[in-house]
Design a protein around this ligand. Structure first.
Ligand code: ZN
Ligand code: FE
Ligand code: FE
Ligand code: ZN
Length: 267
């Protein structure tokens, strides 16, 4: 059995995705998914960048767009409205305000920035050549823990995104991940298996098996998402994702509604 939903997909409003929401829905129906959730990039609270996220002005458009597609496909597919929001330390109140504006089914919290550096942005990839990789990893996990503690989010997105371009820490990160998993558990965060890493230079899902084992052992709930920025990527690599979940020890995964776990599903 593959997961019955895809909880991580984007829309062209973020400036780097293609295809209309109805095309994402059509792929999901073709694959036999029961449910999808759109989780496009929420406006950045630190600065505007139309390459990376929608703007504040586009938020109402986003919500309306998903409501429309939900209505259109209501007989074939359950469609949830969610959002992926950046964690920017110091701007938690501003972030909360944006997230409280609409009744999302869940919020994916993501760390894409370390001290203003978009470390997964191909346009600033050269910074990796002049930076201490171990330091980046430590900073990244620290930000993940702060994100969870902020209680702004429900699911932490792609929780080892730092590996995206293939940079590996030379130090053992087990302690960092164990600490992070504990904070997730204590803050009621879920983690996602995000298959998009397979389509990136690292060619590995987020998170890696060894990390996912730690989240599982700590009791952190699991969700699944493709992080599709293209309708063809909806539900992509779901067989491998289930394999990974099972190998990590997961026996179940969760569904969200109105920002709470709605249902636990056997794997
Ligand atoms: Zn994106
Ligand atoms: Fe992301
Ligand atoms: Fe995403
Ligand atoms: Zn993402």
């Amino acid at each position: 059995m593959t997961p019955i939903y895809d909880y991580h997909m984007h829309t062209p409003l973020c400036g780097h995705a293609i295809g209309q929401p109805k095309e994402y829905a059509e792929t999901a129906i073709k694959l036999g998914l029961e449910e999808i959730g759109f989780s496009d990039h929420a406006p950045l609270v630190s600065h505007e960048d139309p390459r990376i996220t929608m703007s504040m002005k586009q938020l109402p458009t986003y919500y309306k767009m998903i409501e429309e597609v939900r209505e259109k496909y209501k007989k074939q597919l359950r469609i949830k409205v969610a959002i992926e929001a950046d964690f920017i330390p110091g701007l938690e109140a501003k972030t909360k305000k944006i997230l409280d504006d609409y009744p999302y089914d869940y919020v994916i919290g993501s760390v894409h920035f370390i001290k203003n550096w978009g470390f997964d942005d191909p346009d600033t990839r050269e910074t990796w050549d002049e930076i201490d990789i171990n330091r980046v990893y430590h900073d990244y996990y620290d930000l993940l823990r702060q994100s969870a503690q902020s209680k702004l989010f429900n699911i932490m997105g792609h929780v080892d995104l730092v590996k995206k371009f293939g940079h590996r820490a030379t130090e053992d990160m087990t302690t960092e991940i164990t600490k992070t998993a504990k904070v997730f558990k204590d803050s009621g965060m879920a983690v996602e298996i995000n298959t998009s890493g397979l389509r990136k230079p690292i060619k590995e899902m987020y998170p890696a098996l060894s990390n996912l084992k730690i989240y599982c052992k700590t009791g952190v709930p699991l969700t699944f998402g493709s992080d599709a920025h293209d309708p063809n990527d909806v539900g992509r690599d779901y067989k491998a994702a289930v394999e990974l979940a099972k190998q990590a020890g997961y026996k179940e995964y969760v569904m969200f509604k109105q920002r709470k776990i709605e249902k636990i599903i056997k794997l």
